[in-house]
Design a protein around this ligand. Structure first.
Ligand code: EPU
Length: 346
């Protein structure tokens, strides 16, 4: 028997803390429950959407149909050899707790992704990344329910269409519901502290040998110094993607803005630091109507209370306009609407 709740508040299930009501809601805690829910959805011809950690979404005030809240747990070693361990993790596991667990086991590979809010099942959807590591670097495969084929499938890394803050799952309109992810981690650590803010922090330590735990601690310290904890200040991390421009556009921008921050990426393009662009337009620390721009990192929009999603989007549009007016660069919003037009996983 499925425990479906009606008119459920989703205020505590989105890190922006906006009021939202789900017409009906089911916490999915096992694959058996999910299979049962799928049969029910098909039988009733219901609209549905999939909610994960709610840390990267723009939630609507009313969410029609059935909201499936993924809470399938479990961490198990599925294979290992002298160099690597392969770990399968349930979609409903908390991402940061999983990172902590791996660090405690001295399994290297995801310590740079410490403190990223959200659950494991959503981590491939936007290919979470920070401090020089993306999830695509360690993901072997994932298991998902394929709504199109009405069956469970397994997709390997190369089938997931990973890109910067992007994957197949953002382009298939909720076709796949991720139930578990398998990661390949190193038993023999290769430390990655190439990211400047991390390197600066590590350089201050007197140690000669840097451990996985040291990198984890450094990432936590650097993040805490500039990103707000969603349990204290409501936010969804970076609100805009870092935009890419051509090398030619970048050279042109440099003539007028000699301090502009950009990094060369593939295809002769340069990725600009959106936080720097927004900062230069004077938005850092701005607030109005219960929404604002975080005082230590202009890329993060915050909700201080009493606002609606429309207030936030109004602010976002003003920021986009001012950045466009000054730099002729269009900023793209990173969090995803919930629900998407079609069935979705966020
Ligand atoms: N900067 C400013 N002012 C600001 C913010 C940034 O001048 O208000 C400058 C910084 O001084 C630095 C540059 O912009 O020179 C880049 O800043 P930072 O190192 O903080 O990284 P980011 O590009 O702003 C990205 C990710 C973060 C991730 C960090 C570290 C995106 C959209 N954001 O931010 O991801 O933690 O790099 O790897 O790619 C997230 O996705 O929620 C998130 C926090």
């Amino acid at each position: 028997m499925l425990n479906i709740e009606q008119d459920k508040s989703l205020v505590n299930f989105n890190t922006f803390g906006f009021d939202a009501i789900a017409q009906s809601y089911l916490a999915v805690t096992s694959k058996a429950e999910l299979t049962q829910a799928m049969a029910y959805i098909a039988q009733q011809g219901l609209a549905y959407q999939v909610l994960s950690g709610g840390s990267n979404l723009l939630i609507s005030k009313y969410v029609a149909g059935l909201t499936l809240h993924m809470q399938i747990k479990g961490v198990s070693v599925v294979d290992e050899n002298d160099e690597h361990v392969f770990v399968e993790v349930g979609a409903g596991e908390n991402w940061h707790e999983f990172v902590e667990f791996c660090v405690s086991k001295e399994w290297q590979g995801i310590e740079n992704l410490a403190l990223i809010p959200g659950l494991v099942g959503a981590s491939p959807v936007q290919n979470i990344g920070a401090y020089g590591v993306e999830i695509k670097d360690v993901l072997v495969s994932l298991k998902a329910y394929d709504f199109e084929q009405s069956r469970y499938v397994e997709l390997v890394n190369q089938q997931c269409g990973f890109g910067y803050r992007d994957s197949l799952f953002k382009h298939t309109q909720g076709r796949y519901l991720i139930t578990a992810v398998t990661f390949k981690l190193n038993k023999q650590p290769t430390i990655n502290v190439k990211y400047k803010a991390l390197q600066d922090y590590i350089d201050k330590t007197v140690k000669k040998e840097i451990s996985i735990q040291d990198v984890f601690d450094a990432v936590c310290a650097v993040r805490a110094s500039k990103l707000p904890d969603p349990s204290v200040i409501a936010n969804a991390g970076s609100f805009f993607k870092n935009p890419c421009v051509t090398q030619q556009q970048f050279d042109q921008l440099l003539l007028e803005e000699p301090n502009i921050v950009g990094y060369s990426v593939a295809n002769n393009e340069v990725k600009l630091a959106a936080g720097w662009l927004i900062d230069q337009c004077g938005w850092k620390g701005f607030s109005e109507k219960g929404v604002g721009v975080y005082e230590k990192q202009a890329l993060v929009l915050i909700h201080t209370g009493g606002a609606t999603i429309d207030d936030l989007l109004d602010l976002a549009r003003k920021i986009q306009q001012s950045v466009f007016d000054r730099f002729a660069v269009q900023l793209e919003i990173e969090p995803q609407p919930f629900p998407l037009l079609a069935n979705s996983q966020i």
